[in-house]
Design a protein. Structure first.
Length: 603
């Protein structure tokens, strides 16, 4: 049943993961494609607005009432500049049209001075306060002075195609909500989801929202908020389209951004469209829950079926197990039911019953054979006892005679006889040695270190010698290595073993120190012992690493250790030697390195 359940569970999980992938891929990928299409529609509407201005200007006579025409064309400004005043043109679009005589439209930035000269009092004239926005880059600006304008220029030509003047007009984009609302109504209508707009459209000047229907936490248009630093880097600085999920003021949206460029190709703003992610997430979650519920129900049914099937299989098998236990206990008459609903189980039961009958017959045959063997074995043992008893007497007599000959009781022993007896003695010695070797096979090799303590000068006899032997390596790394141990400090230790300790610690310090690093060895008396400190510059060792530093075959997993070859035995051996001397060793991380500190008995 457990095996069946594992198979069903594996299939269910696989199907669930596949379903999640399909839902994720279908819904969210489709949403991403829709957002990109919405961005294309927004761009078409945006450029269509500029073309609409141009169509109106082509129908306007330059000598007419421009103010009345401006109102009729629903423009924020409309000007006619004759050729004699071209030098005063502030519009880059107008200057290009005056120079080459071609009509053109586009987006441009307008200075505060030019904005103040525009007629009337409309929302776009009000300065926009820049607001702090999560995920936006740092800025010192507080107010947005410049504005963006959608503008079209129509040159007025005279005789011989000469440009006599230019007629240009446009609308200020800042706080002009007509455009963004028109795109929203066209693409998304005014649909709300839990009180939040499903679709939003925004125009940015640089990274600041100047026209939008994105709402802030107070339900107001989020004018003055800024785009995220990630989007700003991609769209404004690199001039590329960016589309992904993004946190827009208060909620997550599936978004698309593209740059708005002026007539010279410089990115001066961003056109944005976004679809609220929550409806799609909720839809995907609901579909996934329904899918998982279906998979879960199928799993439960499969498990119940497996339970019934397992019961049908296990009951007759349990009977076979009980019958086998009866056979094991010596009850050779056990039989099992061979009439079940499963054909294969019936065949197994019939085979078991036949086996039980055969075992019973064989057991009876074995009983008879064993009785015969017992009788034969008794005769054999009696024979061996008799032979052994007879050989024992003969052997005792032979041994007695051998001793008598060796000791001269039967006469003097000549040279050859003595030589033969010496051979027997040597064989006996060899036998003794062989026995001892076999006895030694039972001993366990403990690996004990034999410590022979003598008086050693810690500076001269131990660490000076170690540093001298490793001087070539430290010189190659340009290390500042110093032995600052008091020359008067003596210790009680094994000279050879202490040299191994010094070599291991100094060698490790050299290996793991950076080039031009510092290594210092100091010592101080403490409580009848000497505490030695071997310091080197390196990355401080963490507490987790310190716990396994002195273990056998243990090496730290860090960039420094990966560069250095080693077996992980040096510190382990060092620890064993120090402890055999009755001392202890530890590592202490410092601000710029590590110190290996050990204590040993003072002289």
């Amino acid at each position: 049943m457990i095996s069946f359940f594992v198979v069903v569970l594996t299939l269910s999980v696989s199907i669930a993961l596949l379903g999640y992938y399909v839902i994720e891929h279908d819904i969210f990928r489709r949403t991403e494609r829709k957002v990109l299409n919405d961005l294309k529609v927004a761009r078409m509407v945006y450029t269509g607005e500029i073309d609409r201005i141009g169509q109106g200007l082509r129908l306007v006579p330059p000598d007419g009432d421009l103010e009345e025409l401006r109102h009729r064309l629903d423009l924020h400004y409309l000007r006619y500049v004759p050729a004699a005043a071209f030098a005063s043109l502030r519009s880059d679009l107008a200057r290009l049209a005056a120079a080459d005589g071609r009509a053109r439209g586009g987006t441009r930035r307008m200075s505060p001075e030019e904005l103040d000269l525009l007629p009337g009092d409309f929302a776009g004239k009000r300065r926009i306060q820049i607001k702090a926005t999560p995920m936006a880059g740092p800025t010192e600006r507080e107010v947005l002075d410049y504005v963006m304008a959608k503008e079209y220029v129509v040159p007025v030509t005279g005789e011989a195609g000469r440009v006599d003047g230019v007629l240009y007009g446009g609308r200020i984009v800042n706080r002009d909500y007509t455009f963004v609302d028109r795109i929203r109504d066209l693409v998304y209508s005014r649909e709300l989801y839990r009180g939040k707009p499903v679709g939003t459209v925004t125009i940015f000047q640089d990274d600041v929202r100047i026209s939008t229907n994105v709402l802030d936490e107070n339900g107001q248009r989020a004018i003055g908020t800024r785009v995220s630093a990630q989007v700003y880097e991609k769209v404004v600085k690199e001039g590329q389209v960016w589309h992904d999920r993004a946190f827009v003021v208060t909620d997550w949206y599936k978004t698309a951004y593209e740059p708005i460029r002026d007539i010279e190709g410089e990115v001066i703003g961003i056109l944005y469209v976004g679809t609220l992610e929550q409806p799609f997430s909720d839809t995907a979650r609901q579909i996934l829950l329904i899918f998982l519920a279906a998979v879960g129900a199928a799993t439960v049914i499969a498990v119940l079926f497996s339970f019934v099937l397992a019961g049908a299989l296990s009951k007759p098998l349990t009977q076979v197990v009980h019958a086998s236990e009866c056979l094991a206990s010596g009850d050779w008459g056990c039989q099992v039911n061979a009439n079940t609903s499963i054909k294969d189980i019936n065949s197994m039961a019939e085979a078991f019953n036949a086996m039980a009958i055969g075992l019973k017959e064989r057991q009876e045959s074995l009983r008879v054979s064993n009785e015969k063997l017992a009788a034969m074995n008794k005769s054999y043992v009696d024979l061996i006892g008799f032979v052994a008893h007879e050989l024992k007497g003969i052997l005792a007599s032979a041994v007695m005679n051998a001793y008598a000959v060796r000791d001269g009781y039967l006469g003097m022993v000549n040279f050859k006889q003595r030589k033969a007896l010496d051979s027997v003695a040597r064989n006996l010695d060899y036998l003794d040695a062989t026995v001892k070797k076999f006895l030694n096979l039972g001993r366990v090799e403990r690996g004990e270190l034999e410590v022979h303590k003598t008086t050693l000068n810690l500076k001269k006899d131990v660490f000076d010698a170690s540093m001298h032997s490793l001087a070539a390596i430290s010189l190659r790394k340009k290390l500042d290595i110093s032995n600052e141990i008091d020359p008067s400090l003596d210790v009680q230790a094994d000279a050879d073993l202490m040299q191994i300790v010094a070599n291991n610690l100094v060698s490790n310090a050299i290996k793991y120190s950076p080039d031009a690093g510092r290594i210092s060895v100091t010592a101080r008396p403490i409580n009848g012992k000497v505490e030695v400190d071997v310091y080197n510059d390196s990355t401080p060792i963490s507490e987790e690493q310190r716990a396994r530093l002195f273990q056998k075959f243990s090496r730290l997993d860090s960039p420094e250790t990966k560069k250095v070859k080693g077996t992980g035995l040096g510190l382990y051996i060092t620890k064993q030697i120090i402890e055999r001397h009755g001392g202890s060793i530890r590592v202490e991380p410092r601000e710029h390195g590590n110190s290996f500190v050990f204590q040993i008995e003072r002289n």
